[in-house]
Write a protein that binds this ligand. Structure first.
Ligand SMILES: Cc1ncc(COP(=O)(O)O)c(C=O)c1O
Length: 401
């Protein structure tokens, strides 16, 4: 899309406006499947839970990763008409196409899922006992701890059992009567250190060998389907925000080589939970200058979206704002503030938020438009109503009907 198209959409819908381009989402999904054909894609809806995105990805063939019972309900409510269209029953859909991949789940969320024998992740004896009590028919993936050095967003401080302890917990889980289907990991989001995926796969191959030594079969048919057969490689697939990030195609080449080297195809099913990769470049935010101050040494622009809204990505996702104006003109340094009464609500370089940097824009006036590309992941998902200001409106373009 070009600046004229952005302007037209802003005039039609008002600002702040998040434009989601579904052509890009379809391209991202197809790119993922083309480069990793053996991997079943579970879109991690936490990255952007917009129902239209869920529908588009369902129509592409995606499965879904949910982090809570309300995310699961959102997927089911959104897709009910499409499941009816495709004659897919709810139990079948949950069984085949949903993973509840939060290693820590509240007890209340589990009993209602038990009849669906859902696929769940866990990473501790305590969570295993909770599942045994509340959802004994689940299939389990044990999440292991993997280095997330080199990833923008880290998880290893919070999740994953040490790989050396994994086989023992798997054995204990099986002895408790639960079904272990496999192992999962997450290298951290926006991973720029592909060795971490490789080390994770090598750890899984070692754990599989150890589990076999304890007398359990890898890849055998079992009650739910395929016990100890699944390898969940999580998310982390990098997006090109700056152009200097490593390429997904390189990661896919490395992964395919390792899949072939470490595992026999009939013995494993591989799945992934991409979030950012599918939606980040599909989102463009259009925001408007609501006050332009030029009486100060450096011009100050107050705009109608900020840190508490779509730019919450700056706080929660280490996002680096790169604002551009629709208007042309010589660019100079300026200060840019969000609309709330909080001083923290600043997008230009400031001492409180480490990932902000200098912003250069042409001279702007009240009503002028500014846009931010590549803001489709972890942005509207964490937007708030702070100061009574609602999240940006969302408009969807290039949706296939
Ligand atoms: C369990 C799990 N899976 C998948 C994802 C998606 O990761 P990404 O957006 O890096 O692909 C996340 C992100 O928080 C996650 O916690």
């Amino acid at each position: 899309m070009n600046k004229i198209a952005f302007k037209k959409l802003a005039q039609k819908n008002g600002t702040p406006l998040l434009i989601i381009d579904h052509k890009k989402i379809r391209e991202n999904y197809r790119e993922f499947k083309k480069r990793l054909p053996k991997v079943q894609v579970y879109y991690a809806i936490k990255a952007n839970p917009e129902p239209e995105i869920i529908k588009t990805l369902y129509n592409e063939g995606s499965s879904f990763d949910v982090a809570s019972i309300s995310e699961l309900r959102l997927v089911l409510d959104t897709l009910t008409p499409l499941l009816q269209r495709d004659s897919i029953s709810l139990p079948d859909f949950i069984w085949k196409k949903i993973i509840y991949a939060n290693p820590v789940k509240s007890s209340d969320s589990l009993p209602e899922l038990d009849i669906y024998k859902p696929l769940l992740t866990y990473d501790s004896l305590e969570e295993m006992k909770k599942i045994k009590f509340n959802c004994p028919n689940a299939g389990l993936l044990l999440r292991i701890k993997i280095s997330d050095n080199g990833s923008l967003v880290r998880f290893s401080n919070k999740f994953g059992i040490e790989p050396e302890k994994a086989a023992e917990l798997i054995e204990e889980t099986i002895k408790s009567g639960l079904i272990v289907e496999g192992i999962s990991f997450h290298v951290g989001s926006q991973c720029n250190n592909f060795e971490n995926y490789i080390k994770a796969l090598e750890s899984i191959a070692r754990i599989f060998r150890e589990v076999e030594l304890r007398g359990y079969k890898i890849g055998e048919e079992g009650t739910r389907g395929d016990p100890i057969k699944q390898i969940d490689i999580g998310g982390g697939f990098p997006v090109r925000y700056n152009g200097d990030e490593k390429l997904f195609s390189e990661l896919a080449r490395m992964l395919n080589k390792r899949f072939d080297k470490l595992f026999s195809e009939e013995n494993v099913d591989i799945l992934a939970e991409p979030g950012r990769f599918l939606v980040a470049n599909a989102g463009t935010l259009i925001t408007k200058v609501i006050l332009a101050k030029h009486s100060t040494k450096i011009s100050c622009y107050h705009i109608d979206d900020g840190i508490y809204h779509t730019f919450s990505a700056v706080m929660y996702d280490h996002f680096k704002p790169k604002l551009q104006a629709i208007k042309d003109g010589e660019k100079t340094e300026c200060y840019v503030f969000g609309p709330t009464c909080d001083g923290l609500d600043e997008l230009s370089k400031n001492e409180y938020i480490y990932n902000t940097s200098k912003i250069l824009l042409p001279k702007l006036d009240e009503g002028d438009l500014i846009y931010q590309e590549n803001i489709g992941a972890y942005s509207n998902a964490s937007s708030t109503n702070f100061n009574g200001m609602p999240p940006a409106k969302i408009t969807h373009i290039n949706v296939k009907t």
